[in-house]
Design a protein around this ligand. Structure first.
Ligand code: R5P
Length: 291
């Protein structure tokens, strides 16, 4: 039987205080359900509105990438400094400590290796398995302009339909074939197509005039790091992307191939979350590296 409420304190209903209905902090994300928003808020820091995602999924098509030969040795020490971990289910299950507090963005498309046409991808993980791993978003690659353009768009839209049943965001990744020009016109086209077709977040490459790409994309855009650059250049790229409106970075090689990966990821965090200039972040990186 329920107990009587015997507290002497008067009940308070705050009749004159309307219940607040706060807008969700991420661009274009206000109409999602609670679970979808909660997953996104585990990837993006609600205070800065941004994310530092650590990407180490490269092995899914190129095998033991430089810096990822032993993920347990090279990536695990970086995990505490990342907001989100972008990886495959194979690496997650075999190497990553299940007690980590990071969100996970799971690579969900794959198929061809570097020996074949990379655009010929299929969906590589089902939503139920991603839910079993407590994943916060699933990432699918789309090759706009590639040989298998329609197939990869179809991979993404089918995955979004399945993910929407469970409030699972899909990160659309724009893959750029070597034959295509990486400029704001092409990247803007690809990014917009992925957003129109339902991706909750887009990952793409930074290009000059990136502000036009971000402005014409209705959902958050994060940049991939791309090939290893000198640290100052990589920090400048992150700074320029954030200044152009990017919601963070999904960076791999420029962190794990750095001479001092922990120092580098900490410096990237300063740029992304604390609005530090690239030059100051580089000084910070050098101080940490030499200490
Ligand atoms: C490519 O293998 C993946 O999509 C990576 O997650 C992405 O390219 C980011 O890694 P990086 O910063 O090394 O380009």
């Amino acid at each position: 039987m329920a107990e009587h409420d015997i507290s002497d304190k008067e009940k308070q209903y705050f009749f004159n205080t309307p219940q607040q209905s706060l807008p969700f902090f991420l661009k274009g994300s206000n109409s999602y359900d609670w679970g979808m928003k909660n997953r996104l808020a585990r990837i993006f820091n609600p205070d800065s509105g941004k994310t530092v995602m650590l990407a180490f999924d490269h092995g899914y098509f190129q095998g033991p990438t430089t810096g990822l030969e032993r993920v347990d040795v090279t990536i695990n020490p970086l995990v505490p400094y990342a907001d989100a971990l972008m990886c495959t289910r194979g690496i997650l299950r075999s190497v990553i400590d299940p007690s980590v507090q990071n969100s996970v963005v799971m690579r969900a498309s794959g198929g061809p290796s570097i020996l074949k046409d990379l655009s010929n991808e299929q969906i590589a993980v089902n939503v139920e398995d991603a839910l079993r791993m407590n994943v916060s978003a699933m990432a699918v690659q789309v090759f706009v302009g590639g040989a298998c353009e329609t197939q990869t768009i179809n991979n993404m839209t089918r995955l979004i339909d399945k993910c929407n049943r469970y409030g699972m965001p899909v990160l659309g990744v724009t893959a750029v074939g070597t034959e295509l020009t990486r400029d704001a016109r092409y990247i803007g086209l690809a990014v917009r197509i992925l957003a129109e077709l339902g991706a909750a977040v887009i990952k793409t490459y930074f290009v000059p005039e990136f502000e036009t790409v971000v402005a014409s994309c209705p959902v958050p855009v994060v940049i991939a790091g791309g090939k290893k650059l000198p640290e100052l250049d990589a920090l400048r790229m992150a700074r320029n992307a954030i200044d152009a409106g990017a919601a963070g970075v999904d960076m791999g090689r420029n962190i794990f191939q750095s001479d001092a990966p922990i120092s580098m990821i900490k410096a990237v965090r300063k740029v992304v979350h604390e609005n530090m200039s690239a030059e100051h972040a580089f000084e910070f990186y050098q101080e940490l590296k030499n200490s």
